[in-house]
Design a protein around this ligand. Structure first.
Ligand code: NAP
Length: 264
């Protein structure tokens, strides 16, 4: 039997790649999409490259009432992505969330609700397998190199900063790293923000430029040596294997996990 999927954000860059991935996977069935701009349309009308009569809904409540599905995939923006995910869980759907920018409180609320309902789900700041390894290797390196800074680079349509991947890397590094305030104790900024954002002594620099997709370098400094752990996503395709893995995995989970590493 196929896995029935509802997708929010089908016209976005991630959403369009996800539609393509779902339609080309024989185990998956795209049963409906949520899109705030188009009412009473079919997928083929808003994305003519996909010749499919999948219904598009603007009203989330109506969608969950009328369409039965197994998995809800969200690839939108943080403000609505959280509401969608909460409603999906309330309607017994398993969420697979790529949307970045949820607060820790929001993630906690969703985790509690999933646990109460014994529903599997995943929120992953990065669905690229290489990026998950980059974070894992950074975690290992942080044990030996407490001097570390992060540079993340994304396309200039990204609204949140630092990226979800940088936030997750920070969390992993902090658990391993000896506490340290990075840089000179008397350092000062001539231009505000020159040293980037700072969290528990680790500095994070967010670059936003057209031409970029999703890139991150974690730079560790030691005596006469530098270790750079770097990952580049050149196309949204790089995230699709992780989303497909997650759609399969959430069916066997009874809780919501944060990070693709939990299902690899
Ligand atoms: P995008 O191209 O800007 O797509 C966002 C989509 O969300 C657009 O189609 C937008 O529609 C739609 N949207 C906005 N408000 C909405 C609403 N109220 N209801 C329903 N849909 C709404 O961005 P993207 O590059 O595809 O990224 C989408 C999300 O995935 C972002 O949060 C991004 O940070 C995240 N992301 C995650 C990963 C990962 O691996 N986890 C990787 C890349 C990106 P309009 O165009 O009409 O506003």
């Amino acid at each position: 039997m196929s896995i029935k999927i509802i997708l929010a954000g089908p016209r976005g860059k991630m959403g369009t790649s996800a539609v393509n991935m779902i339609l080309n996977n024989e185990k998956f069935e795209l049963v409906a999409c949520l899109d705030h701009r188009y009412e009473n349309k079919k997928l083929s009308e808003i994305l003519p490259q996909f010749n499919k009569e999948v219904p598009i809904y603007t009203d989330m409540e109506q969608l969950f009432k009328e369409v039965s599905a197994d998995v809800f995939v969200d690839l939108t923006i943080p403000e609505v992505g959280y509401k969608h995910t909460l409603a999906a869980l309330e309607n017994n759907l398993r969420p697979v969330v790529g949307t970045s920018g949820f607060s820790n409180e929001q993630i906690d609320t969703l985790t509690k609700l999933a646990k109460e309902k014994k529903l599997g789900g995943i929120i992953a700041p990065n669905f690229a397998v290489g990026a998950v390894l980059m974070m894992e290797f950074s975690k290992q390196a942080a044990k030996y190199f407490p001097d570390v800074e992060i540079i993340e680079k994304h396309h200039d349509n990204k609204v949140d900063a630092p990226s979800g991947t940088a936030m997750k890397t920070l969390e992993l590094i902090k658990n391993e790293r000896k506490e340290k305030s990075q840089g000179h104790p008397d350092e000062f900024e001539i231009i505000k923000g020159a040293r980037g954002a700072e969290s528990e002594g680790v500095h994070v620099h967010s670059v936003r430029l057209p031409g970029l997709v999703a890139h991150q370098e974690v730079i560790f400094g030691g005596k006469s040596q530098l270790l750079t752990i770097k990952h580049d996503s050149f196309d949204r395709e790089s995230f699709m294997d992780g989303i497909a893995l997650s759609i399969n995995a959430v069916l066997d989970l009874e809780e919501l996990v944060y990070g693709l590493e939990h299902i690899l």
